[in-house]
Design a protein. Structure first.
Length: 702
């Protein structure tokens, strides 16, 4: 005969269905009702003081203020015990409802069920009493409880993550999930969709250590807590209120983030064991030494701050905290409760040694992701992402002035199309043996054309030939004061303009050059264009002629000299010059008044293994391009053949100097003030190549 349920059992099961939820904080419930298995049948109550930083994220799981909780952290933080297992226990004991837990694979889901949940359920009396006594209600991936609530343990699959409704959805080790689940979208979108039926009562939890590489190697944070651009969990973190963990320094009492960047003391010994044992944290405010034995107490007194929120040494919070329907948290390895600093640094140092020996980054990436709790920046990208290093070299000079040491200055112009049409102008100063200085950088955005209200129209290099006249009045005819003597100014030696771009730009560039020739400036104004064909010549002088091809837009009759540049080779040379680290031959000087954007432009492009330079995204690279054009302009004038100090007139400082008018401070006359030294010293046939020129392929100025 089939076994019949007793009235007592039915009464207990029905009471579980009718019982109102217990109004407890999640962390309090887990502390009261969950016991953590310790092996061999032993267990202990969950202790909130072991990983106290997990309490605030846990309590957010029961808040109707949020639709999701995102927790980013390294391994060994206690996040799985507290956030996943603890939330399961809370949902069983305090607020019975259907729950879905997604592990990274079917095997991991089975392991979680058998090795963690089975043991936790058995040794936690409050949970055990709520398990269904029916055998069919408890298997590896599906569990039903006396109150009728259902727990599903699955893996990233559209069959598991669609159709059914769950009040609670937990995604664990998220960054090891596929980015696209069976062509239906990312796991967070699919999982959170399952909770929408429960409106403000539904909750999605996502936890993981970072596992996706940084997408933009030139990224700089816009706010204090913004995470680098990656897919995966850090992308979700950025969508939330961006809470970061802070400790209070025991020395100066200022609050700071315990980041891996503040870890020091481990580079003094070549032995990774000794080095890792010497590791300690340094307070960024007072440089005070924080030792490993202080970690537990600092964790207990931690605070989580939202982006935009600050705290003073007395614990008073202020600022405008970021608001979001996602409560997002991010902590790094130094605060992890279940891993020592010595263990963490030892793994890192040995992973570095492996990289040096094999050039394989896999172990290093794993350490950075899972032990440090940070996204990984590939070493190849780190070698190219040096904008901060260049910025540190900036020198204090008067704004937009010509430093001592400059013999002549040249302007290069990039033509920007689209909605943000403008001329981008960069002025370079050249001294002896390739030493050079950034003198000026500015945009020409407004034309001389005006509307009915007297307002200037935006420049349009492709549509209006007259807008190009601004390159004469606002660039070529200008002069710049000397840094050491503002009563003296320096005129341009030459100007080069990029002639490529959207339809109409090339045609107007040719018209502009013809005007310059009529005004006697043809030998000091140059048109450049990148050469799509690989040639032996670094720079080739051509005369485009399309008079027999009426379909072409640019009107070229073979009368305009166009210089084709091998930009990859020129960029190699400029890049090598940028990284010369001491003043002298080939060194590039930067003025301190330039912003960080300039250095980002210098370093945005990346060089591939085949020698090609390209942009990894849609960032700006004008500073780098204009530096290349200036280099090409100097080469065309024979700069690299000068035997210093015996320089020709066009490369002498005094040739280009003039007095500034005492009242206006403006230069008195344009290029006709003195005889043209370029025209006087140039060969009849302009230099069109750099064959047999060792300097042209040496990677710098010799």
């Amino acid at each position: 005969m089939a076994k019949r349920a007793s009235a007592r059992v039915i009464r207990r099961d029905v009471s579980g269905i009718l019982r109102a939820p217990r109004r407890m904080k999640v962390a309090d419930a887990v502390s009261s009702y969950m016991r953590v298995p310790m092996g061999a049948g032993n267990s202990v109550p969950w202790d909130p003081n072991l990983a106290p930083y997990i309490i605030e994220p846990m309590n957010c799981l029961a808040s109707r203020e949020y639709d999701a909780v995102v927790f980013v952290g390294p391994a060994r933080t206690g996040k799985t015990i507290g956030l996943i297992d603890g939330w399961i226990v809370y949902n069983i004991v305090c607020d019975p409802a259907d729950m879905l837990v997604i592990q990274v694979s079917e095997e991991k889901a089975r392991e979680h069920s058998k090795k963690r949940l089975d043991r936790t359920f058995r040794c936690s009396p409050e949970v055990k009493s709520r398990l269904s006594p029916r055998r069919n209600d408890n298997n590896v991936h599906d569990r039903t409880f006396r109150a009728g609530n259902y727990l599903k343990l699955g893996w990233p699959s559209v069959n598991i993550m669609s159709s059914s409704d769950y009040k609670s959805v937990a995604l664990t080790d998220y960054d090891r999930f596929p980015e696209d689940i069976d062509g239906e979208g990312d796991a967070f979108s699919l999982g959170s969709k399952r909770t929408t039926t429960f409106m403000s009562g539904g909750m999605t939890l996502v936890e993981s250590s970072p596992g996706r590489d940084i997408r933009d190697t030139k990224w700089r944070p816009a706010t204090a807590h913004e995470a680098p651009p990656t897919t995966g969990i850090l992308s979700l973190f950025n969508r939330g209120d961006r809470r970061r963990l802070y400790w209070q320094c025991p020395h100066c009492h200022e609050y700071f983030q315990p980041e891996i960047a503040n870890m020091t003391g481990y580079r003094e010994s070549p032995d990774p064991v000794l080095a890792s044992e010497a590791a300690y944290l340094q307070c960024p405010a007072c440089q005070g030494k924080i030792t490993p034995e202080m970690k537990r107490d600092l964790n207990i007194r931690h605070v989580w701050l939202r982006d935009g929120e600050k705290i003073d040494r007395d614990g008073n919070r202020y600022g405008e905290p970021r608001r979001s329907r996602i409560a997002s948290f991010w902590m790094e390895g130094p605060a992890a409760a279940y891993q020592t600093w010595a263990q963490m640094i030892y793994k890192f140092l040995t992973a570095e040694q492996e990289y040096e020996a094999t050039q394989s980054e896999e172990t290093l990436k794993t350490v950075v992701n899972t032990d440090f709790g940070r996204p990984y920046l590939p070493r190849a990208s780190m070698e190219q992402r040096k904008s901060e290093l260049l910025e540190q070299r900036a020198e204090i000079v008067p704004k937009r002035s010509v430093p001592d040491g400059v013999c002549f200055i040249a302007a290069t112009v990039d033509v920007q199309a689209g909605k943000n049409r403008r001329f981008v102008v960069q002025v370079m100063g050249y001294g002896a043996q390739g030493e050079r200085w950034i003198v000026d950088r500015y945009n020409i955005r407004q034309s001389l054309r005006i509307n009915g209200d007297g307002e200037s129209y935006q420049v349009d290099p492709s549509g209006y030939p007259e807008d190009w006249d601004l390159l004469l009045s606002d660039v070529f005819e200008k002069s710049w004061p000397l840094a050491s003597d503002p009563t003296k100014r320096m005129r341009l030696m030459a100007m080069a303009v990029d002639s490529g771009g959207e339809d109409g730009v090339t045609d107007n560039a040719y018209k502009f050059w013809r005007k310059c020739r009529r005004e006697g400036l043809g030998k000091r104004v140059f048109l450049f264009k990148g050469d799509s064909q690989r040639r032996a010549k670094l720079i080739s002088r051509t005369f485009p002629d399309n008079t027999g091809r009426t379909a072409r837009r640019a009107k070229a009759a073979g009368d305009v000299p166009l210089y084709l540049l091998q930009t990859d080779s020129l960029k190699d040379r400029v890049n090598n010059a940028l990284w010369r680290d001491s003043p002298g031959p080939g060194y590039v000087h930067f003025p301190e008044w330039l912003g960080a954007w300039f250095y980002d432009e210098l370093t945005y492009e990346e060089r591939s293994a085949d020698g090609k330079w390209s942009k990894p995204g849609r960032g700006a690279n004008e500073a780098f391009d204009l530096l290349v054009y200036a280099d090409a302009l100097a080469i065309l004038h024979g700069y690299e053949k000068i035997k210093w100090p015996d320089a020709p007139d066009w490369a002498r400082r005094e040739t280009w100097l003039e007095d500034a008018p005492p009242e206006t401070g403006e230069a008195t006359s344009p290029a006709t003030a003195t005889p043209d030294p370029v025209a006087k010293t140039r060969r009849k046939k302009p230099q069109s190549e750099t064959e047999n020129n060792p300097w042209a392929t040496s990677g710098g100025w010799l």
